[in-house]
Design a protein around this ligand. Structure first.
Ligand SMILES: Nc1ncnc2c1ncn2[C@@H]1O[C@H](COP(=O)(O)OP(=O)(O)O)[C@@H](O)[C@H]1O
Ligand SMILES: [Mg+2]
Length: 513
């Protein structure tokens, strides 16, 4: 007998439907799986055989062939177990094939028939709806996540429970959407703990408000890492459609919180500087999204950025421009979304003390030039805000507490949220969410300079030797500063502030020339 069961495979950040075709026919007992299965899928045979026996059924002593269609794509993981098991029960006559019709299944079987959670339940549930399945049955632990796609989902503990449900012997209750998991969640670092550093705090706020890339340069202990880690606390929560998009990506790599709620807080990813190109940009076999995609709609923080491999840094350039990353593969390209704000921190030289008033730099000049050249001009150009930081003097650190408590992240976040609300209104219907994403024609439309602004801009560009790309980025930052001020038009003061945030570019040029 021949039976078809709908299941899913994961590829990159997407799930695609796979039809599990099972044929049980007379002949010498055998059990084969074809259709480009990987090792885990081939091992499925042993799990399914044991799960069927331990569920109280007899395993058909016939010739069993399982085909995973479409046959040309490689399929990995253990998520087909459930569909294979049900297909064999139906093809072997233990179950009417009609009860499987229009249903979709995903889940890994344990030898005793228990269902183990699957990775990418949300992506699978989205694919299941797209494929037109009437309901999706997944392991109980994956059910909450799967409900986020909005379709009908059932969570089951084992194979027997699934069979009892589809035959109507003991119907399962439909899984319910759980409340959001991390709304208002705790952030490890709060701006209230950062003393002084008013200029850097302001730059952080501007960056968060417009989604701008930010680089901080300064000696060790200046508070660069600490400031960067404050960002999740001042960024507004993900918009509903962004939450689904980001949760799906995190679901596929198994990073979604166990309780199954949608992610609401913007992701913050901080890969170590040893991270490989494929870890940061995506790639590998099986194909996996990189940190830049995991940071989509959130923050990608590169601490000690000159220590990263040159190919990794250069590889970031195109995705930062396009908002997506293309990965070439043996068969065709994969494209992942990649629209994080890039935040980087760097010491001024390898030892960190160049330009320090109290401690001498011990680096040979050639080492300094080399270190800085890693931040190539084109990469540096992509940082809309570039700031220098000096450590807060010890006295300020201790005496300021109590007398002038620093403003909290929550309070900064309300200004950032107001500025973002203005941007959403501006970009309504364009698919853009913040100023940093503006393409050229919108920069021309929304970032007009006031009288006298052109002159100021020209002077600054000549003096600092800025590129045309820098020019547009300065305009976007000016627009964000105006949004923070609640101003409809960019004013001279907004432009002047935006120009201040290009200080590193100049100093690098001085050192390397
Ligand atoms: N402005 C500041 N306010 C309060 N603590 C600070 C400040 N700057 C630095 N620190 C303290 O110094 C530590 C080191 O700062 P860090 O952010 O790691 O510096 P960097 O990354 O610039 O080397 C922080 O963990 C924090 O305890
Ligand atoms: Mg640091």
């Amino acid at each position: 007998m021949f039976v078809r069961v709908l299941s899913f495979a994961l590829e990159g950040i997407e799930a695609f439907p796979v039809t599990v075709e099972v044929d049980v026919s007379p002949g010498i007992p055998a059990f084969d799986i074809v259709g480009l299965p990987d090792a885990a899928v081939r091992e499925s045979r042993e799990r399914v055989r044991a799960a069927i026996r331990n569920g109280g059924w007899t395993f058909p002593a016939h010739r069993i062939t399982v085909n995973l269609a479409p046959a040309h794509t490689r399929k990995g993981g253990a998520g087909f177990d459930l569909a294979v098991g049900l297909g064999i029960l139906a093809a072997g006559g233990h179950l009417s094939a009609s009860v499987l019709h229009g249903m979709a299944f995903a889940g890994e079987l344990a030898l005793d028939g228990a269902l183990r959670p699957v990775r990418g339940a949300l992506a699978i549930a989205l694919a299941s709806r797209k494929a037109g399945a009437r309901a999706l049955v997944v392991p109980l632990e994956s059910a909450a996540e799967a409900t986020l796609a909005g379709g009908t989902v059932y969570g089951a503990v084992n194979l027997v429970a699934v069979v009892n449900h589809i035959t109507g012997a003991a119907p399962l209750e439909e899984a319910r959407i759980v409340p959001e998991s991390n709304e208002g969640s705790f952030h490890p670092v709060d701006l209230a703990d950062v003393k002084g550093q008013l200029a850097a705090r302001r730059a952080l706020e501007v960056a968060a408000a417009g989604g701008h890339n930010l680089i901080m340069m300064g000696p060790p202990g200046a508070g660069k890492s600490m400031l960067a880690r404050c960002l999740p606390g001042i960024l507004p929560p993900l918009e509903p459609e962004e939450a689904l998009e980001v949760s799906r990506i995190h679901s596929v790599v198994g990073l979604l919180a166990g309780n199954g709620g949608l992610l609401r807080t913007r992701p913050f990813r901080a890969p170590h500087h040893c991270a490989s190109r494929s870890a940061v940009l995506g790639g590998g076999t099986p194909l996996r999204p990189g940190e830049i995609t995991l940071a989509h709609r959130g923050v990608l923080f590169l601490d000690e950025v000159p220590e990263f491999d040159r190919p990794v840094l250069e590889g970031l350039r195109q995705p930062l421009e396009d908002g997506k990353v293309s990965i070439s593969r043996a068969h065709g390209n994969a494209v992942f979304p990649a629209r994080p704000m890039l935040v980087a921190a760097a010491n001024p030289c390898p030892c960190g003390y160049l330009g320090n008033a109290t401690r001498a730099c011990t680096c040979p000049p050639v080492a300094i030039t080399q270190y800085r050249s890693r931040l190539s001009g084109p990469l540096l150009d992509r940082f809309d805000l570039q700031i220098h930081l000096e450590p807060v003097p010890y006295d300020d650190l201790v005496t300021q507490t109590g007398t002038h408590p620093s403003e909290s992240s929550l309070s900064v976040r309300s200004r950032v949220a107001a500025a973002r609300a203005r941007q959403r209104k501006r970009f309504y219907g364009t698919g853009l969410s913040c100023n940093a994403e503006m393409p050229v024609h919108l920069v021309r439309r929304f970032c007009r300079l006031p009288g006298g602004g052109e002159v100021l801009m020209r002077q600054a560009m000549e003096r600092m030797g800025l590129s045309l790309r820098a020019h547009d980025r300065i305009l976007k930052v000016s627009r964000t500063i105006a949004d923070l001020a609640g101003a409809d038009e960019i004013e001279i003061a907004h432009l002047a502030e935006a120009l201040q945030y290009r200080s590193i570019e100049r100093s690098v040029l001085v050192v390397s020339s």
